[in-house]
Design a protein around this ligand. Structure first.
Ligand SMILES: Nc1ncnc2c1ncn2[C@@H]1O[C@H](COP(=O)(O)OP(=O)(O)OP(=O)(O)O)[C@@H](O)[C@H]1O
Ligand SMILES: [Mg+2]
Length: 507
């Protein structure tokens, strides 16, 4: 197109690019896909594509190139939108788009942040300052959507709202491309959606959306244009982040997690579970033989009652007679206050609990009062002590001592591990870290010497002292306890009699 434009200026060629293209003139001279992944991307007929996996592979260029080519192919009906998470990030893309689109004769409408192509069609350039901003696009319709660096979005929902704008009245097939690198806060949902149990380059139809998904990996080595023009790029990349992240960027490793942080995954022990969505009973059966002396829930609740942006997290722990703690369940949701209360009671109904730790601040304070007034949940308020990092560091002592055990499989596991090993990283949520720290701090003060004198909570939960299920015991005991919890009125708290783990406030 550079040649077209300059030729046009010299008066050698006339007509729009579409007319030139129809006449067999090769219009795309400013930008061509490089051999390899970029070419595969442009030719790929799937409509829900993840492109990337590594830094510098030519992802953003490929997005812009794809938009330019698609706009020509479906002129004049191209309706495109390209998004980034932040304004600064978007501006880099805008700068590159000017290099590519101005020579085509495209018009940049600065006030609207929109490209208008000479053959018709537009490409809006947008960023999502807040997740809620995605709702503003409700009712819009686009046939091409580019999400550059989708991994920078910790939550997939705003992106899905944008995908809902993909529709077309003119017979243009919808097309969506997301680029991403590993190591960002969106890694868990990207892995869930595009990577886990899937082969790269092998498309599949997603049963939920009916759309054809595919993951096209690209590496820095696929971007010869960059390596030739900027030989120092690789060296700079190596120096631009912690080693685990650089390795992930270079190798496109979607399972890489941070090891330079406060919490190290090598400290965690594992207990075996084959099924990621094993039932609560199967999870109980996977615990080691011996007594479970306490079932503990630990809640880190969102900042404000009405703050739906923040996650609330509940972790469920089985404390074994050896003092080891087994993580059996994690709930992590953005919840309104009524949903949070329901989640806390649901989790209690699912697992039972000897102690429900709730941080006594923000929505946690209301939750403590509310649960005490209207349920029999053994609530224990926890005063937050010190800042998050200090708390996490103290909690790591028990991890280092090998007392924290995680299952080998669970649907929530990758997300959980990523958050813990990334801590503390700006922009990455830390609610699960808080919930874990709160529990481990409690465990440090748990009087294991009292264990022989108390009935095993595991036994009450339908487990025999050997850790195996007593047939029929679970439902029977549950019914008895539930019935009891509905009828009994709470006993006044005793300050003199020390209770075992079966008590509500005794720890
Ligand atoms: N097809 C191409 N033709 C010419 N240059 C290209 C092409 N593809 C990539 N490049 C060059 O490589 C540079 C880096 O590519 P790009 O920004 O697309 O990589 P990226 O994968 O998005 O990188 P990052 O991970 O840093 O976001 C571009 O700025 C451009 O100079
Ligand atoms: Mg990029």
């Amino acid at each position: 197109m550079a040649r077209t434009a300059s030729a046009r200026r010299k008066g050698g060629l006339t007509g729009t690019a579409a007319e030139l293209q129809a006449g067999g003139f090769p219009v795309n001279l400013v930008w061509r896909p490089q051999a390899g992944p970029q070419t595969l991307l442009i030719a790929c007929p799937a409509d829900d594509i993840l492109f990337g996996g590594a830094r510098g592979g030519g992802k953003t260029d490929a997005l812009l190139g794809d938009a330019g080519i698609y706009s020509q192919a479906y002129a004049p009906h191209f309706r495109g939108m390209l998004i980034r998470r932040t304004y600064d990030e978007l501006d880099e893309v805008v700068a590159r788009s000017q290099e590519l689109f101005l020579p085509l004769g495209a018009k940049w409408q600065a006030g609207r942040y929109t490209w208008r192509f000479p053959w018709g069609g537009f490409l809006k350039m947008r960023y999502l300052k807040r997740d809620e901003d995605a709702s503003r696009y409700q009712g819009h319709s686009y046939n091409w959507l580019g999400k550059d660096e989708g991994g920078n979005f910790p939550d997939v929902r705003p992106l899905d709202k944008l995908s809902a704008t993909l529709r077309d009245r003119n017979g243009v097939p919808i097309r969506e491309i997301m680029t991403a690198n590993p190591g960002g806060p969106g890694q868990p949902w990207i892995v869930d959606r595009y990577i886990r149990n899937r082969q790269p380059m092998v498309p599949w139809r997603d049963p939920e959306t009916g759309r054809v998904r595919v993951y096209i990996p690209s590496r820095l080595t696929d971007n010869q244009a960059l390596l030739a023009n900027d030989p120092g790029y690789m060296r700079r990349l190596r120096g631009s982040g912690p080693s685990w992240l650089v390795a992930a960027w270079l190798n496109g490793d979607w399972y890489a997690t941070q090891e330079g942080g406060v919490i190290k995954s090598k400290w965690w022990k594992r207990y075996a579970i084959d099924e990621p969505d094993a039932t609560p009973l199967e999870r109980r059966l996977a615990l080691p033989p011996g007594k479970i002396v306490a079932w503990v829930h630990s809640w880190d609740t969102a900042q404000k009652d009405n703050e739906v942006n923040d996650y609330s997290v509940g972790t469920v722990w089985a404390v074994h007679e050896t003092g080891n703690a087994y993580l059996v369940d994690v709930v992590r949701e953005r919840m309104t206050y009524p949903e949070l209360k329901k989640a806390a009671t649901d989790l209690y109904d699912k697992w039972g609990a000897d102690v429900v730790l709730i941080e006594d601040k923000a929505s946690g304070t209301s939750l403590i009062q509310d649960l005490r007034a209207s349920t029999k949940l053994p609530v224990k308020p926890v005063e937050p002590d010190g800042n998050k990092v200090t708390r996490a560091v103290s909690a790591t002592l028990l991890m280092e001592a090998g007392r924290m055990w995680l299952p080998t499989r669970a649907t929530w596991l990758l997300d959980f591990e990523n958050e813990l090993t990334s801590f503390p990283t700006k922009g990455v949520h830390d609610d699960q870290v808080d919930s874990v720290s709160q529990f481990l701090m409690w465990l440090r003060t748990f009087p294991l010497t009292h264990i022989p004198q108390v009935a095993s909570a595991g036994t009450r939960m339908g487990l025999t002292s050997e850790g195996t299920a007593a047939p029929g015991a679970l439902s029977e005991k549950r019914e008895t306890r539930d019935a009891a919890s509905r009828t009994r009125t709470p006993k006044p708290r005793s300050r003199t009699v020390r209770r075992g783990p079966a008590g509500t406030e005794g720890f």
